[in-house]
Design a protein around this ligand. Structure first.
Ligand code: PLP
Length: 299
């Protein structure tokens, strides 16, 4: 397996970066995860747009143009003859002194690796997963902005640990104001009376590329899509709940475990499998991913 490290393709086991890289020392970096379908990375333009947004968010200068980065992604995919795969792109601050100050650091390290796509169990899609509404809150946009896809992931990791303790496959985080934010690695959608709702961005959550794509597909299909504040009660009374991300695509949720104070918890059933709206969108998504086969790259 070959990885792209600062312009060179290197066998993954020999690919290294400095132990003084601030990405390693302090989580000072940004990243993207892309899905490859039939040998081609999907929604590259959208992912790179978000990467640029993340870089701006932490004041990291791109080591090469977005177009060059798109070419580098393509190079790694081809070099590994990846067909159904996942690309991980990491851009870290680069080596520097043992101090938070990022200004003396650099140059940034750009690493792109690819791994075979390992599908989630089919039963997850047929029956839906269990998601836990955890007590760990999503970072405030006034502290560590969730709209920056940064390698400082401890907020999500703590939420993930709690969700596993609650027996769930994914953790859902609320904002400090008690509204729905997002999953640890996913965005959340609620279907109620035929309308599709998802938390509005406003800096409170990551602008998932899949979230945006699903909103577009749903609007094009004639659904009413509302990006708004979603209180916990609305989630718990939903007709259908599903999650989106690059590797899950569209994942139905069948049960919510809600962590309450002092270890108490509540269970809410939100369906018995893939609901009709979730299923419709699931297939629309699959078709849209397949439709890119044979088309030219956007960049
Ligand atoms: N929210 C968070 C916190 C994430 O880490 C991710 C992706 O890993 C998502 C949402 C979904 O984003 P995307 O659809 O771009 O994969």
């Amino acid at each position: 397996v070959l990885a792209f490290v600062n312009g060179k393709l290197i066998p993954e086991e020999r690919a290294t970066v400095s132990i003084r890289d601030h990405g390693f020392l302090y989580g000072d970096g940004v990243y993207e995860t892309l899905r490859v379908y039939s040998g081609r990375a999907f929604l590259v333009r959208e992912h790179l747009k978000r990467l640029a947004h993340s870089m701006r968010g932490i004041g990291l200068k791109p080591p090469m143009s977005l177009e060059k980065i798109a070419q580098a992604i393509d190079r790694v995919v081809r070099a590994n003859r990846a067909e159904e795969a996942v690309v991980r792109l990491t851009l870290s601050r680069g080596p520097g002194p043992y101090a938070f100050d990022p200004f003396p650091c650099g140059p940034p390290n750009l690493v792109i690796s690819v791994r075979p796509f390992e599908p989630y169990p089919i039963s997850f899609y047929q029956r839906g997963i269990v998601a836990a509404v955890v007590s760990v809150r999503r970072n405030s946009p006034r502290s560590l902005p969730p709209h920056v896809k940064s390698t400082s992931c401890l907020n999500g990791i703590l939420a993930k640990v709690e969700s596993k303790r609650l027996g769930a496959q994914e953790g859902i985080m609320l904002t400090l104001e008690d509204n729905l934010a997002e999953g640890t690695v996913s965005n959340v959608f609620v279907v109620k009376k035929g309308a599709i709702m998802t938390p509005a961005l406003e800096g409170h959550l990551l602008a998932g590329v899949t979230r945006e794509w699903v909103c577009r597909l749903a609007r094009r299909a004639g659904y009413r899509v509302l990006e708004r504040k979603i209180p916990l009660g609305l989630l718990a009374s939903a007709d259908e709940v599903f999650l989106t991300n690059t590797t899950m695509e569209i994942m139905p949720v069948r049960r919510l475990v809600v962590a309450a104070s002092r270890g108490a918890r509540r269970r809410v059933e939100v369906g018995t499998g893939m609901g009709p709206v979730t299923e419709d969108l699931f297939w629309r998504f699959r078709l849209s991913a397949e439709a890119q086969v044979g088309k030219e790259q956007l960049f």
